[in-house]
Design a protein around this ligand. Structure first.
Ligand SMILES: Cc1cc2nc3c(=O)[nH]c(=O)nc-3n(C[C@H](O)[C@H](O)[C@H](O)COP(=O)(O)OP(=O)(O)OC[C@H]3O[C@@H](n4cnc5c(N)ncnc54)[C@H](O)[C@@H]3O)c2cc1C
Length: 368
């Protein structure tokens, strides 16, 4: 497995479950380490299946089959994370709204246990104390409380709690790992900026903006078993990839899963024309090779960034990356996660595509 994000992790879980001997090689944290704290897995399967270039449609599995695979993939993932000490709540069939540090609501299917108590519907009718730390410059609890009140009708108020030992010009990141301060207000739910530990029973964490304590905790949990290294080239023979090479090691494998992420992870290189840097795999936009679109996508980036972000690898039903003529260049190579195109990376499948394609790529690879 090349890639230490959520896709590589799910691929490794599935392949190990099916009896494969797995090595995960990861260069550095990618987009997974930046996620805001709410996993968006899927909204409506039926509407996804109407979109022919969506990576989940391309699997050729019907709605019932996708639901069954999601059940297994998500429950296995949450169980594995629990064993690593991270507890999550929710499932791909449930959906809630959670406030971020600015008081804006974001939908999510699965959230850390420490975020779950802050589901906006569950806060209605309660008083909510939003904890502020006067020494911290990049977060304002009063604005957050005001937004919770104005946007979501929640009876929120700010309470400032000083933490004297913080460095001067402290930022939210300086709160990471500190024990949650106790507020004076009693009888209210307590909204904390993310990063504190030992929250009281009625406390919850807000979602983050990057850098994200939620993302960092997740990345640390899933990165424990990975080998640190950057794959720089491959050995190939007769339509198969036989080994992946880093500067000082060669990893021989019967099957390889590319879970290298998008621009942040490094799986795609954005320039005038976006490329896949490791094997020169074809990159597609809406089912067409991106190189055939000239500089159109490059221009689109400035007009509508989310459109350009739909670019990526395209796969067959078994998650083999395709060449621009639709052929499979390597029979034992699989691709999973944000390196795939055809879906809205920052949308309702932000984690769903990496989790499910990772899971299936791991299973298919284990069969090699
Ligand atoms: C700022 C931000 C916030 C987000 N928030 C949310 C959210 O709240 N909810 C949600 O559902 N989705 C969110 N997303 C989307 C979601 O985080 C990503 O879709 C998901 O994490 C992608 O996972 P991945 O494993 O495919 O890629 P990544 O997590 O990017 O992992 C790619 C991995 O591949 C490795 N790699 C790449 N090239 C090599 C190489 N040559 N050799 C070795 N390793 C290599 C990288 O080092 C990295 O470990 C957010 C994304 C961003 C950027």
């Amino acid at each position: 497995m090349i890639g230490g994000g959520i896709a590589g992790y799910c691929a490794a879980l599935a392949a190990r479950r099916d009896g494969a001997e797995v090595t995960v090689v990861a260069r550095a944290p990618g987009a997974t380490a930046l996620y805001a704290g709410g996993m968006e897995i899927i909204d409506e399967i039926e509407s996804i299946l109407q979109r022919p270039n969506h990576p989940l449609t391309r699997l050729g599995i019907d709605a019932v089959g996708l639901a069954t695979e999601l059940d297994t993939a998500v429950s296995t993932l949450l169980l594995a994370l629990r064993k690593e000490g991270l507890k999550f709540e929710g499932g791909w069939r449930s959906r809630g709204l959670y406030a971020d540090i600015h008081g804006l609501a974001r939908p999510a299917n699965v959230v850390p246990e420490t975020v779950a108590r802050g589901e906006l519907g569950a806060l209605s009718g309660k008083r909510v104390a939003v904890i502020g730390v006067p020494e911290v410059g990049d977060y304002d609890a009063r604005s957050t409380a005001l937004a919770l009140k104005e946007l979501h009708g929640i009876d929120a108020f700010a309470e400032e709690v000083s933490i004297a030992e913080l460095p001067t010009a402290a930022a939210l990141t300086d709160l990471y790992g500190r024990r949650a301060p106790a507020p004076r207000a009693r009888g209210a739910a307590i909204a904390y900026p993310p990063g504190f530990t030992n929250l009281p029973d009625d406390g919850f964490e807000l979602l983050a903006s990057p850098p994200s304590p939620h993302g960092w905790r997740l990345q640390q949990a899933i990165g424990l078993g990975a080998v640190r290294g950057e794959i720089i080239s491959f050995e190939t023979a007769r339509g198969r990839v036989t080994a992946a090479r880093s500067a000082d090691r060669t990893f021989h494998a019967d099957a390889i899963v590319l879970a290298t992420g998008r621009h942040i992870g490094g799986g795609l290189h954005a320039a005038r024309s976006t490329t896949e840097p490791l094997l020169g795999l074809s990159v597609f936009y809406e089912g067409r090779p991106a190189e055939s679109l000239g500089s159109r996508l490059h221009h689109l980036k400035y007009i509508d960034a989310s459109e350009e972000m739909r670019i990526g690898l395209m796969t067959d039903r078994r998650l083999h990356p395709l060449d621009k003529d639709g052929s499979v260049p390597y029979a034992n190579l699989y691709a999973a996660g944000a390196v795939l195109g055809g879906y809205d990376y920052a949308g309702p499948c932000g984690f769903g595509v990496p989790i499910l394609t990772g899971w299936l790529a791991g299973r298919y690879a284990a069969k090699q």
